[in-house]
Design a protein around this ligand. Structure first.
Ligand code: FAD
Length: 314
């Protein structure tokens, strides 16, 4: 974060004057699926694109770089919480409109799981893989979420985002690049909407494919425990082959390893879980670092975390 040019109370007053909803001292743990993290000093929830543009223009003026939060299914907050304002898109960004049969315009705060279910029920193919991904559409595009050999970028036609300066930009899929859990959208931009293009199929096959993927998850992932899904990105081996991080960690006997309340899942070694809901962000960080160290020493591989830890920049 750049050095802020306004105090928190000045920011609240300015946001209020613009008609933007902002709350003070909110529990960060309530806003991520891991249930971890200290207080958010300023949670801003704009309800429309124009209010978001005003918010971003205001932050730019006072030189504040906000944190962008979706559904918090890939992120946690540090134990000390954050003073940096957090922007979470409000209900006004939860909408879905289908046009021309297979085209869908969707708000960034729409649930990816719900979108996947409804598209499958309509016989629209493309998001069957996403049935068990508890993120928002915006977070999924930012992370290029994927599973079972598919990624969200494959159904993307365009993305609309608000820049740091408050400008509204629409980029076509072909003008962006996507790779494993990465998108070339500017890091400080906030995705507000996307246009998706499904493939017309039949309901039986789209629903069956979605169900098959969901069942596989239930059998292989600790879905009943708080977590952020996969902890690490799959590393690339010496010969350029992508290796499943879970398999590497399991082979090294890391299942069940604990730091405080955080544990490497017994079911899937690439999932750190918070079984008793007592883990701190420091526990998770320590466990991440321990796993990285063991894998580095024993296998010569560098594991990069997929989970994002939000904290104030010094
Ligand atoms: C049970 C479980 C299963 C999972 N399975 C999978 C899986 O199979 N595949 C997979 O890829 N992931 C999986 N995940 C991880 C996670 O669900 C995805 O990464 C998801 O896309 C994150 O979305 P989110 O809205 O929760 O993002 P958040 O966690 O809120 O944020 C993640 C990142 O996206 C940014 N971001 C969020 N919203 C926006 C926005 N509107 N504009 C710009 N940037 C934004 C944030 O700043 C942050 O950098 C799983 C997680 C859980 C808990």
């Amino acid at each position: 974060m750049r050095e802020a040019k306004a105090t928190t109370s000045e920011l609240f007053a300015a946001l209020e004057a613009e008609g933007v909803s902002a709350r003070q001292n909110v529990s960060g743990a309530r806003y991520n699926t891991f249930s971890i993290g200290g207080a958010l000093q300023c949670l801003v929830e704009p309800e429309s694109t124009s209010l978001l543009q005003k918010t971003m223009a205001l932050f730019e003026l006072v030189e504040v770089s906000p944190i962008v939060l979706g559904f918090g299914s890939n992120s946690i907050f540090s134990d000390a919480g954050v003073r940096t304002p957090v922007i979470r898109l409000g209900q006004g960004f939860r909408h879905t409109e289908y046009t021309k049969g297979t085209l869908c315009r969707v708000g960034a705060a729409t649930s990816l799981m719900t979108l996947s279910r409804k598209a499958s029920e309509m016989g629209l193919s493309g998001l069957e893989f996403a049935g068990g991904i508890p993120g928002s559409v915006g977070g999924a595009i930012r992370m290029n979420a994927g599973a079972h050999g598919s990624e969200i970028c494959e159904v993307l036609k365009s993305v609309t985002f608000v820049t740091r300066k408050g400008e509204l930009v629409t980029a076509r899929r072909d003008d962006l690049s996507f790779s494993y859990r990465q998108a070339s959208i500017p890091t400080d931009a906030i995705i507000v909407e996307a246009e998706l293009e499904f493939t017309a199929s039949d309901r039986e096959s789209t629903q069956a494919a979605r169900q098959k993927h969901l069942q596989y998850r239930k059998d292989t992932q600790p879905l009943t425990l708080p977590s952020a899904g996969s902890t690490f990105r799959n590393p690339t081996g010496e010969d350029g082959v992508i290796l499943p991080a879970g398999k590497v960690l399991e082979e090294l006997g890391l299942k069940g390893e604990r730091r405080g309340g955080a544990m490497v899942s017994q079911l899937h070694a690439n999932w750190i879980v918070n079984p008793e809901r007592e883990a701190t962000a420091s526990d998770v960080r320590e466990l991440i670092e321990f796993c990285q160290q063991v894998v580095r020493e024993q296998k010569g591989l560098e594991l990069r975390p997929e989970v994002v830890i939000f904290e104030d920049q010094a």
